[in-house]
Design a protein around this ligand. Structure first.
Ligand SMILES: Nc1ncnc2c1ncn2[C@@H]1O[C@H](COP(=O)(O)OP(=O)(O)OP(=O)(O)O)[C@@H](O)[C@H]1O
Length: 955
């Protein structure tokens, strides 16, 4: 039925009023036709020659729904005296005959053909926006900058390199171990953001110490637009209360308590203590299922071959369940080498399976490093002796790796992975990153008070914190560090000062003293306070004008927090662990610190404190610079150190000399071996530069501004210039959809400029990855908007009334989520331009050129034209479908190749590792092999689907 011939029982749709639903012809008399619209229970009568109606005729493969709600797929269509009979397949695969009379009346047309013929087409600009959307999506998908564009951060090469390297992995499992304060949180945020953007991850859990929950929450939102939910005790208390009441009433416990709070959000933050303290919470967190789990301050996961800490155990269960795992620690060996190994084992059990073998490997690092350096100099081409060495390390793979034309990249990567520090470990150092200010130690030796000598707490570990357990009033009055601190703070006023001591009780006592007796504006930060109280304290300290001058922290203040706006640190006592000292100093010595850092150390002479001070200062030089060998050196001189701490009055010269020698030796050994290998893996400056260039070229092109300007116009968003680089957006009275992503009634001020976004946090930073832009793209691809349009074309020599069809086809390939096939299917559609005679004009008139020549047709005229040209349009669609079908094989092949490129290296690696590690199960290899063959199968069944069309009429 291609003309306006009405027969009772036919289904038509009004193109002037979408709310009427599907009409049914109930009467045709003379020049009048009457339709019933069951969806709104109304009847309307029209003149037959100009009724605003379009005939509804479903095509093969379309989904239809009967009035009683059954959904079927059309397999054949029969015309019985003008009324259609659909032969359609139900969900059991059985064919049923459904007369169009029996179709349901609530319809929404999404197919471009249906929309065009139902008169539901869009403006020319909407088609343009649709095409631009998929083109940008495809370009961005292939861009190395993808996922890294939207963060409100400065582009620091070491971070961008790691983020780029890790985020593109299918199952990233890495240890981010940059030195303190170099931006591991930012690196993790970039990786998360990127994996969420690319769809490689949807569900993310971040596990952090109590004291960092809110800081992470804020950092993720402010820098990455990622809105996390916190799960804590409060989610369980309610259930417990409900359970108690139910139990009192003798009712069965169930309902609310059955719910798993971790399943209620996609992005969750919780504290490790909380997971550890509640079995139910731990079990819920594990069973909720995650794509990516992040664990900050991962050195708390203590492990030895004999026993694993409860923290380790809960993270181990999460690690087994999740695909991606990021462990963050600045001091991976803080709790010993076994703990370090155990964390690597969580990440990559196939590679790290034996502690003894791991320890032995370290002895070969220098050899591996030498070979790598040589290979790098030789452009990746080994000589015959080197080839032999490689053969013993890597086996048969070598010839294949050497043959690659990539300057030895693959060879070096494989060597690093199998025999070096592995592809799971990233560690940047201050020395490599550069640009950090000087650290200056300000010792303050003080006489030991009688109080401590008499109590016998001057030596051993008691001597490090002699005030612990003493009467508060007494030690505050007699310990000279207290008056020294009071004077120091007064002298430094108004400079901000972070004071760190080991114990919460010391911090509390000091803070009371300073606040109440000395009148110094101070605030405490320790584990005795609630999370909210701690954050309040930190915020009070941050305030510039009215804020506290001093923040008195217990040890929990020495991790993760950002206090780089201060440059005075007082170490009221010294920790026995060198990595803990580094963590403490790292609160101030971190990215963003612009001043020389003064580290004030008051210590009591001739006590364990003075020994430890000398040991750190003269032995390790740990105050002046970041000290990576502290834990190793301490292990080597442990007994001498302990004996000096136990007898602090004896000379410590020998200890200091031995420590210096050990430190120098260890530094040199690590520099030649392990550190060199880690450095090679952690930042490759050229690759980092190329990534930053790619991000900046996206930011500097006018593509995004043009795209959003068109979107604001199509959706009816008003824009008003605010400053040179920012605009105010407001919803207008003629919005196309009820809601524009990310825009509230009050409007939003936005900038497209990163520098301005860094300076002005109140402005939204619009990038290709901002939720507003992503939301517009999603609206365009998930809705039918712009998939059917009509335009006019005026070109000399083209007779008026000539028709062209611009058709867009996508590779339709339904597959289970678990196959992650979207990563290999093309996003940009196949675009074809044909005329009625089946001539392919696609190359002669590209999309952009056509846009310049096309203009809108008035809606009324278009409505009148469509029914008249239906036959020609359908012929052109047939031609276009023919051309599209010819390209199917090629697109399927490209998709299959992309899939193989992603999965095959995983299979090869596991097979190679299996030769040295019997713990790798054959199922692990089989899993990837199945992924590959199942993916190839599905791609083989793909077909071309029409996803958009624009009919062009020459005028
Ligand atoms: N690229 C960046 N742009 C802007 N600010 C940054 C960037 N990288 C890091 N920072 C800031 O530097 C500080 C240190 O970063 P971050 O907290 O990520 O370091 P970290 O390595 O996790 O530290 P720690 O070892 O103490 O846990 C933070 O205040 C962070 O916001």
């Amino acid at each position: 039925m291609r003309s306006m011939e009405f027969v009772i029982g036919q289904r038509w749709v009004s193109h002037s009023d979408a709310n009427l639903g599907l009409g049914i012809v109930t009467d045709v008399s003379g020049r009048r036709v009457t339709l019933g619209f069951p969806a709104i229970d109304e009847e309307r009568t029209y003149a037959t020659d100009n009724a605003p109606l379009a005939r509804v005729q479903y095509q093969l493969g379309d989904k239809i729904e009967t009035y009683d709600g059954e959904s079927l797929t059309v397999r054949a269509v029969e015309d019985i005296d003008g009324v259609l009979m659909y032969h359609a397949e139900d969900e059991n695969g059985e064919l049923q005959q459904v007369s169009e009379v029996k179709l349901g009346s609530h319809v929404r047309f999404t197919d471009p053909r249906q929309r065009l013929f139902a008169g539901r087409f869009d403006r020319n600009g909407a088609f343009r926006l649709r095409m631009a959307t998929v083109e940008h999506q495809e370009r961005l998908r292939q861009s190395p900058a993808r996922g890294l564009i939207g963060a409100r951060t400065s582009h620091l090469p070491h971070q961008i390199y790691i983020a780029g390297e890790v985020a593109r992995r299918y199952a990233p499992r890495v240890l981010l171990a940059d030195e303190v304060g170099l931006g591991k949180t930012i690196e993790a945020g970039l990786i998360l953001h990127s994996q969420l953007q690319t769809g490689l991850a949807r569900r993310v859990l971040i596990v952090v110490p109590d004291s960092l929950v809110h800081q992470w929450l804020v950092e993720m939102l402010r820098r990455f637009n990622l809105r996390f939910s916190i799960i804590d005790d409060s989610h369980y208390e309610l259930d417990n209360a409900a359970d108690q009441i139910l139990a009192m009433l003798g009712e069965e416990i169930g309902g609310a308590s059955e719910e798993n709070p971790f399943e209620q959000s996609q992005l969750v933050i919780c504290s490790l203590d909380f997971l550890k303290s509640s079995d139910k919470a731990g079990n819920d967190a594990v069973s909720a299922g995650w794509d990516l789990v992040v664990v900050d301050e991962a050195h708390h996961l203590e492990w030895s071959p004999e026993a694993a800490s409860p923290e380790y155990q809960v993270v181990e269960r999460l690690a087994e369940q999740t695909r991606g795992l990021l462990l963050l620690t600045a001091t991976p060996e803080q709790m010993g080498i076994a703990g370090h190994f155990a964390r690597l084992r969580l990440l990559d059990p196939a590679r790290y399976h034996d502690l003894a073998a791991f320890e032995q490997e370290e002895s070969r690092y220098a050899e591996v490093n030498t070979l790598m350096q040589q290979l790098q100099e030789q452009g990746g081409k080994p000589d015959s002796a080197q080839q032999q060495q490689l053969q013993t390390w890597l086996g048969d793979e070598v010839s294949d790796l050497v043959a690659r034309d990539d300057n030895g990249h693959a060879l070096i990567d494989t060597l690093l992975d199998r025999h070096g520090t592995g592809r799971v470990l990233f560690r940047n150092t201050r020395a490599a990153v550069q640009g950090f200010p000087e650290r200056r130690v300000q010792p303050a030796p003080l006489p030991c008070p009688q109080l401590y000598t008499e109590a016998g707490v001057t030596a051993g570990s008691a001597g490090l914190t002699p005030e612990v357990g003493m009467d508060e009033e007494t030690w505050l009055a007699e310990d000279p560090r207290v008056t020294w601190l009071e004077k120091k703070l007064s002298a430094l006023k108004p400079a901000k000062v972070v004071v760190i001591c080991a114990k919460a009780e010391t911090a509390t006592a000091l803070e009371h003293y300073l606040q109440l007796r000395a009148g110094i504006r101070s605030t405490a930060f320790h584990e005795g306070l609630s999370l909210l109280e701690r954050d309040r304290a930190a915020a009070y300290f941050t305030e510039t004008e009215q804020g506290a001058q001093a923040l008195i922290c217990s040890e929990i203040g020495s991790e993760g927090r950002n206090f780089q706006f201060a440059h005075h640190l007082v170490l009221f006592d010294l920790p026995a662990n060198p990595d803990l000292l580094e963590q403490r100093i790292g609160r101030l010595d971190r990215i963003g610190q612009g001043d020389v850092i003064d580290i004030h150390v008051p210590y009591l002479e001739n006590t364990a404190q003075s020994v430890l001070f000398r040991w750190y200062h003269e032995g390790l030089e740990a105050f002046a610079q970041s000290c990576a060998v502290g834990v190793g050196v301490k292990a080597a001189v442990e007994s001498e150190l302990q004996s000096r701490l136990d007898s602090p009055t004896e000379s410590a010269d020998d200890l200091v000399a031995a420590t210096r020698a050990q430190a120098q030796q260890l530094r040199q050994r690590l520099q030649e071996g392990r550190d060199a290998l880690i450095e090679m893996n952690s930042c490759r400056p050229e690759e980092a530069r190329a990534l930053i260039d790619a991000i900046e070229s996206e930011e500097q092109s006018s593509g995004l501004v043009d795209y959003m300007t068109e979107a604001f116009d199509i959706f009816g968003v008003e824009t008003e210039g605010h400053t040179e680089t920012s605009d105010v957006l407001k919803p207008s009275d003629h919005m196309l959809t009820g809601h524009f992503p990310g825009l509230s009634e009050e409007g939003l001020t936005v900038t497209f400029d990163r520098q301005q976004a860094l300076e002005r946090e109140d402005l939204a930073f619009l990038s290709w990855e901002h939720p507003m832009v992503a939301g517009v793209m999603e609206l365009m691809t998930e809705s039918e908007l712009g998939n059917a349009a009509l335009a006019s074309l005026s070109v000399k020599g083209l007779p008026p009334g000539t028709l062209l069809l611009e058709a867009l086809f996508t590779l339709h390939c339904p597959a289970p989520d678990s196959l992650q096939l979207a990563r290999c299917l093309p996003l940009a559609p196949l675009r074809l331009l044909v005329d009625v005679n089946g001539k392919d004009l696609s190359a002669a008139l590209p999309h952009d050129r056509l846009n310049e020549l096309c203009s809108n047709i008035r809606r009324r005229t278009a409505q009148a034209v469509v029914p008249q040209i239906r036959a020609e349009v359908e012929t052109m669609i047939d031609h276009a479908e023919g051309f599209a079908a010819e390209r199917l094989g090629e697109l399927q092949q490209q998709a299959a190749e992309r899939l193989r490129g992603l999965i095959q290296p995983e299979i090869d690696r596991l097979k190679a590792l299996r030769k040295v590690n019997p713990a790798i199960r054959s199922e692990e290899v089989a899993f990837f092999e199945n992924q590959l063959s199942a993916g190839e199968d599905v791609i083989g069944k793909a077909r071309m689907a029409l996803s958009g069309l624009r009919v062009i009429v020459s005028s």
